[in-house]
Design a protein around this ligand. Structure first.
Ligand code: TA6
Length: 310
């Protein structure tokens, strides 16, 4: 095993700085020089945003933007299983609409901006490893004056991403580094490439549902009765106490297993005609924590997601 630790972060933010605007980091070359494993590379992505390219010795590939700590691409045998919306903006101001965006410290609408701020700020690369030919990186996010302006807590988020032959795994660990307790909700808002008419998810039968169709502002409680859930129109549904394993048939000939630990809930979303340009090409199957996670000083919460192509 070759392992390497590094701290690569954006310049410190002052109270007067506008963190969301710190979007172009000129030190990509410098940062990449400090990554001494050959299967992790820091490159300039779209909009000149720093991007980390992972390559497994087994041929799979992944791309992660530091902006939002967002995995935007996961390729097995050159086929990308994730989807980035054509309207996604890579300007370091708006969240990247696609891949695996973080929703933290809030899922959905609420006291702060929709889906929280973690998808909307720069994460730092703090570790990279080559484990038997498979790349592993860890990103870090800490509170800043910007995050504190809307959520006044000190926290540490560590996000480990591992690429294997036909799996992509993530581990998110949130630690309360504040003196006072805090609570949060969170999700990995995963966009899968799909043919929406052929896509389906199995494993959700029996779950309690909060169905946001027809009115996202007034979810209706129910129970999932179907063995196989499809996407025949607008879908926006929370599944409470979802199982640790779901199966996605993306309608393109691929079967993807979505395993998790500690992501207790799941969300299915397809916007249908409200995103006419792309709704046919993706489905979101999200691991989520809809109930508040409460952490005291120094306590942590950890959840993992493992995506495997059959
Ligand atoms: O996870 C589903 C959802 O919460 C939907 O209600 C919809 O709003 C979607 O996320 C997209 O949110 P976004 O803020 O990324 O446009």
């Amino acid at each position: 095993m070759v392992a390497m630790s590094l701290i690569w972060s954006f310049p410190p933010l002052t109270a007067s700085a506008k963190p969301r605007r710190v979007n172009r980091y000129s030190g990509v070359a410098m940062a990449s020089a400090s990554v001494n494993v050959d299967n992790v590379k820091v490159t300039q992505g779209l909009g000149d945003l720093p991007k980390i390219d992972l390559t497994s010795v087994h041929g799979s590939e992944a791309e992660i933007y530091l902006f939002g700590g967002c995995v935007t691409s996961w390729k097995v045998a050159s086929k990308d299983l994730l989807f980035v919306r054509p309207d996604a903006i890579f300007d370091g101001k708006k969240p990247i609409s696609g891949g695996l965006p973080h929703c933290f410290p809030q899922f959905g609408p609420g006291a702060i901006q929709q889906h929280g701020f973690a998808r909307n700020v720069n994460w730092s690369l703090v570790n990279s490893e080559n484990v038997e030919g498979n790349p592993v990186i860890t990103l870090e996010l800490k509170d800043t004056p910007y995050s504190r302006s809307m959520w006044d807590y000190s926290f540490l988020a560590l996000y480990k991403v591992t690429l294997h032959r036909n799996t992509l795994s993530t581990e998110l660990r949130i630690t309360n580094t504040d003196e006072k307790p805090f609570s949060f909700t969170t999700a990995l808002h995963t966009y899968f490439r799909a043919s929406v008419t052929g896509a389906s998810v199995t494993g959700l039968k029996g779950c309690k549902t909060l169905n946001k169709n027809p009115d996202p502002k007034n979810p209706v409680e129910g129970k999932e009765e179907r063995d196989v859930v499809t996407f025949p129109g607008f879908v926006d549904c929370v599944y409470l106490d979802a199982p640790e394993e779901l199966q996605l048939d993306n309608g393109l000939g691929d079967k993807i297993t979505i395993k998790n630990t500690n992501w207790s809930d799941a969300v299915l979303w397809n916007p249908h005609l409200s995103m006419e340009a792309c709704y046919k090409d993706f489905v979101c199957v999200e691991n989520a924590k809809i109930g508040q996670v409460e952490l005291e000083h120094n306590q942590s919460w950890t959840a993992t997601q493992l995506l495997s192509l059959a």
